[in-house]
Design a protein around this ligand. Structure first.
Ligand code: FAD
Length: 467
């Protein structure tokens, strides 16, 4: 069987792979993308970013109708949940997005090779698909195979009682009691979905804070706010075992002093992180090196130790985020075309789509201390913002961290309404190496939530106007 030849072949049709393929095709490379799932878009589009945001939006509307409308003088009676319709809408949103990626492939003349790829030589892949086996060769092979949920030994997934995020996006009924193991982004987002629909939600987290990798003020504030929403937190608690009996699961855990405790529930969502996915790729056949965490080792041009083989996205080092994967795909394609480029890891925003949301970029106060940096900090609550009061969304704050000498913005941490959108301004300023004074002197529309970003920037120099 003769092999099909391409300039660039990307394994994996997630945000890293499909965006990388589009950019490579735009730059004139004959490009193919190998994807084993029935749809393109990867984790993000099929079982990650998109369906979770669809459900977060629907459930926020439900929560508003149930708890907030009356305060605005809107009387509703008989608010009822129609979960099958909510799930159908989520599925149709996913379909629009996966179809969108297929359309973009056609538009950019990228071949989608359907099937599972494995290396048969340094520049050669075998693809096993429904139509049989095909051999593909390329000058440049890009691994963009993403990640999978981590399974804790005391909590083996059974897909029904002990589940990962994938099943938590598609439960057929609202659990009476959902235990979320892991107080990180995915755990809090999916915990919020089911909490708003009426589940009792208990979060068990090993670290002393939720959102432990973010600025400490963020975790503290979010714990306070989510507790008010009814979340129950068991922090500093290590899960030691689980027992499924009938329709119930008992999760056993112990605190830092070794005191044992347990909680009974009907569903446990284990959201303790994700790990790189390279199963079946045959990396050992060509000698592609991975690190202890299973990530493919790359240099600063995404090159693995094997010539002509590259890796991007969740399968390599860095935050496991769709926009990071996408940017790496773009930059790699441009490097292959002889252009310059790099991805600035200091300005990758991290967002939590709870309500209120979290948006963060750059270093935290703790990281500034660890790095021995001398910083000034400005922090202003949304309570001081007219627009936030007008829309009754006053929880949270904006915290700006700037270099004490140069005033350059080093980090911004937002808990509040529309934090996902507000953080973009801060990313832009940081990309342009801007100062807190720059933000403070930019005219912001009034009344807008973004005025709190401006006020927090002014607070760095202790010159707030509205706080
Ligand atoms: P993936 O999207 O995982 O894609 C890899 C693809 O490779 C998959 O489609 C897989 O089928 C395919 N593949 C693997 N091996 C092979 C093979 N041998 N042959 C052929 N195909 C193969 N990130 C955000 O930025 N924002 C969010 O709001 C967000 N929300 C999330 C919510 C949830 C519940 C989850 C689970 C994740 C979320 N993420 C979010 C993370 C985001 O989904 C990932 O960072 C992103 O999908 C990584 O992109 P990727 O291209 O590296 O890999």
């Amino acid at each position: 069987m003769s092999a099909d030849r391409f300039d660039v072949v990307i394994v994996g049709g997630g945000p890293g792979g499909y965006i990388g393929a589009i950019r490579a095709a735009q730059l004139g490379f004959k490009t193919a993308c190998i994807e084993k799932s029935d749809t393109l878009g990867g984790t993000c589009v099929n079982v990650g970013c998109i369906p979770s945001k669809a459900l977060l939006y629907s459930t926020e509307l439900f929560a508003m109708a149930e708890h907030k409308f009356s305060k605005h003088g809107i009387k509703l009676s008989g608010v009822e949940l129609d979960l099958p319709t909510m799930m159908k809408r989520k599925e149709s949103v996913v379909r629009q997005n996966t179809n969108g990626v297929s359309f973009l492939f056609k538009k950019n003349k990228i071949e989608w090779i359907k099937g599972e790829a494995s290396f048969s030589g340094p520049k050669e892949l075998k693809v096993k698909g429904a139509d049989g086996e095909r051999t593909v060769t390329a000058d440049h092979i890009v691994i963009a195979t993403g990640s999978e949920p981590v399974q804790l030994p005391p909590l083996p997934f059974d897909g029904k009682h002990v589940i990962s995020s994938t099943e938590a996006l598609a439960l057929e009924k609202v659990p009476e009691h959902l235990v979320v193991v892991g107080g990180g982004v995915i755990g809090l987002e999916l915990g919020s979905v089911w909490k708003r629909l009426g589940a009792k939600v208990t979060v068990i987290e090993f670290m002393p804070d939720i959102l432990a990798t973010m600025d400490k003020d963020v975790g503290k504030e979010m714990k306070k706010i989510l507790s008010k929403q009814g979340f129950d937190f068991k922090l500093g608690a290590k899960v030691t075992g689980s027992k499924v009996k009938g329709k119930k699961v008992t999760v056993e855990f112990e605190d830092k002093d070794g005191n044992k405790d347990s909680v009974e529930c009907d569903v446990v969502l284990a959201a303790v992180g994700r790990r790189p996915y390279t199963a079946g790729l045959g990396l050992d056949k060509v000698g592609v090196e991975t690190d202890k965490a299973g990530r493919i080792k790359i240099d600063n041009r995404f090159r693995t130790n094997v010539e002509g083989v590259y890796a991007i996205g969740d399968v390599v080092e860095g935050p496991m985020l769709a926009h990071k994967a996408e940017e790496e795909g773009v930059v790699l394609a441009e490097l292959l075309a002889g252009q310059a480029g790099h991805v600035n890891h200091e300005t990758i925003p991290g967002i939590v789509y709870t309500w209120p949301e979290v948006g963060a970029v750059g270093i935290s106060e703790q990281q500034a201390k660890e790095r021995g940096l001398n910083v000034k900090i400005g922090k202003v609550p949304f309570m001081a913002n007219g627009r936030a009061r007008a829309s009754d969304d006053v929880d949270g704050f904006v915290k700006v961290i700037a270099d004490a000498k140069t005033d350059r913005v080093l980090g911004v941490h937002i808990v509040g309404p529309q934090a996902s959108e507000l953080i973009s301004e801060c990313v832009t300023v940081m990309e342009f190496a801007g100062s807190s004074e720059d933000i403070g002197r930019i005219v912001h529309g009034h009344p807008t939530l973004s005025e709190t970003v401006k006020e927090a920037a002014l607070a760095v120099d202790k010159r707030t106007l509205n706080f």
